[in-house]
Write a protein that binds this ligand. Structure first.
Ligand SMILES: Nc1ncnc2c1ncn2[C@@H]1O[C@H](COP(=O)(O)OP(=O)(O)OP(=O)(O)O)[C@@H](O)[C@H]1O
Length: 500
């Protein structure tokens, strides 16, 4: 490994030996363009094309890994007289990529066998030639900052790169992650092309929510449910129900597409599934893991670098499915609360205004040729009368979970109960709230309705309420595009809109 500086203070070249990775952490305001000059390289499993610039911004932390060795060139942006070189950058030859690649190979075997079974072909020879364990349906568990999302991305990207036409379904059950939309959601998407990394605001690639991205070949159409909060402990019962709803949809899709089913499912989880913060009881943790196992018919559990959790999961599930402990990467960055809050705000802003990563000086759009570089969007602001949209909150505004109530105490409002909000009331909490616009019921003609039906509705988009004009009974709503909200229902959570 060597580093050289070919003259400009903003361009650096790194020669990476085989099986090493270049890790970087960007500061606020700085961006970085990476170009592969020679060899082969990948970012979280997504292969880099030779000669193409890849942009990274918004405090992105990532690594360029190479199996065979490569030369990469970095161009750094300078913003407000601060040289935009990453605050941390180094090359490491200690990576867990061998272990991850082995897991990928085992999952690949399961896919091939599942497809053979579906097509009625003889099972490939091997020690368990007679066994069909089904396609890989993988649950990834691990504590905070263990690299779960990165592992899920690597395994998904390796599957789509395998050249077999696999379309694994990536499921994000971590509401603090944001996935393809905004934080507070859980979602699933069939992945057909590598998931890119350019900004933590879109950690799993871009969703097809806008004209520019819908045209790009790998824009994704996620199925989304709104939980509304970043932490599981706010309402574990709701989380359980949403996971089961998401699972039902994913399994239904697979039932309709047996060929696609062979590609399998990869489920990313929140860190609170692995460790109990004081107010998330161990019971809830177990219940939510079980909800995932049941909902997605999990047959493989990967535990990222946590001995105690591995033992616990082995005990609970080891007799029914494969439980494997995989190493944590030394490159995973400890993300603090302030960083996570900045990224949440950035994700919500990106949802409305699109993603713009400033390219390093001297690199123009035509040189970069990357849609991620300027994905600016123009949201629509409209004024609507109070009655046009129905606003709901699930459970009380601040409510300790049932498990935290004194023994014998019952609450008057259930955690799952939808409460209608009056925009005219000062305590509605609607000003500057982010709300999820729910999809209409699938069978509106059905007469049999139930109270908690809204909990089972998917999300069709998100709105920000930027003004509440009580005297004139009007609301100003920011939405990604123009449209009528008449007769629709929107649910509030705990996320707020803030103009940057
Ligand atoms: N090998 C690596 N080199 C550099 N950065 C990395 C590497 N692996 C992961 N990261 C970064 O570390 C951060 C945390 O990783 P990741 O999101 O995968 O962990 P997690 O366990 O899913 O996090 P959470 O605590 O939110 O559940 C991310 O910003 C990610 O991009």
């Amino acid at each position: 490994m060597s580093a050289s500086d070919p003259g400009s203070s903003h361009i650096k070249e790194w020669v990476l030996d085989r099986e090493t990775e270049y890790r970087f952490e960007l500061d606020p305001g700085s961006s970085l363009a990476i170009r592969l000059l020679k060899g082969f390289a990948e970012v979280f499993g997504a292969e880099l094309a030779e000669g193409k610039y890849y942009l990274f911004g918004h405090e992105c932390k990532a690594a360029v890994f190479t199996w065979q060795g490569c030369t990469i060139e970095m161009s750094f942006a300078t913003v407000a007289h601060v040289t935009g070189t990453p605050s941390t950058e180094y090359v490491s030859d200690e990576t867990p990529m061998y272990a991850y690649a082995n897991v990928h190979l085992a999952l690949e075997k399961m896919r091939v066998r599942a497809l053979s079974v579906h097509q009625g072909s003889p099972l490939p020879p091997g020690p368990d030639a007679e066994v069909d364990s089904g396609p890989p349906r993988v649950l990834v568990l691990g504590p905070e900052n263990s690299g779960k999302t990165s592992v899920c991305k690597i395994l998904t990207n390796y599957a789509v790169r395998a050249g077999q036409g696999w379309t694994p379904i990536y499921v994000n059950t971590d509401p603090s992650e944001g996935g393809w939309t905004i934080p507070g959601t859980i979602s699933a998407v069939p992945v057909t092309a590598s998931l890119g990394t350019s900004s933590p605001a879109s950690p799993l690639g871009s969703a097809a929510t806008s004209a520019p991205t819908i045209l790009s070949s790998n824009a994704l159409l996620p199925l989304v449910y709104w939980y509304g909060h970043p932490e599981i402990k706010r309402n574990p019962l709701l989380m359980d129900r949403l996971i089961r709803n998401l699972g039902e949809n994913v399994v239904e899709r697979h039932d309709l597409d047996p060929e696609g089913r062979a590609s399998g499912i990869i489920v990313d989880t929140p860190s609170s599934f692995a460790s109990s913060p004081s107010s998330t009881s161990a019971d809830h943790r177990q219940t939510l893991i079980r909800a995932c196992v049941d909902a997605f018919r999990i047959n493989v559990i990967l535990v990222v670098g946590h001995e105690k959790l591995n033992v616990e999961v082995q005990r609970a599930y080891g007799s029914r499915m494969t439980v494997v402990k995989i190493p944590k990467s030394g490159g995973v960055v400890e993300l603090d609360v302030q960083y996570r809050q900045r990224i949440h705000a950035q994700q919500i802003y990106t949802y409305m205004y699109g993603q713009v990563v400033s390219p390093p000086r001297g690199l123009s759009a035509s040189v970069i040729g990357d849609a991620d570089f300027d994905g600016r969007l123009a949201p629509s602001s409209s004024v609507i009368p109070f009655g046009e949209l129905t606003f709901l909150r699930i459970g009380e505004k601040s409510m300790a979970p049932s498990s935290a109530l004194p023994i014998g105490a019952t609450r008057t409002v259930n955690e799952m109960h939808p409460i209608q909000l009056d925009p005219a009331s000062p305590g509605s909490g609607l000003l500057n709230a982010i709300v999820a616009l729910l999809a209409p019921p699938v069978h509106p003609e059905e007469t049999e309705r139930y109270d908690e039906e809204v909990l089972d509705l998917q999300v069709s988009g998100f709105l920000a309420i930027t003004n509440v004009d009580v005297p004139n009974r009007k609301l100003t709503i920011l939405s990604p595009g123009p449209g009528s909200f008449s007769g629709r229902t929107a649910t509030i959570g705990s996320f707020e809109w803030s103009e940057p």
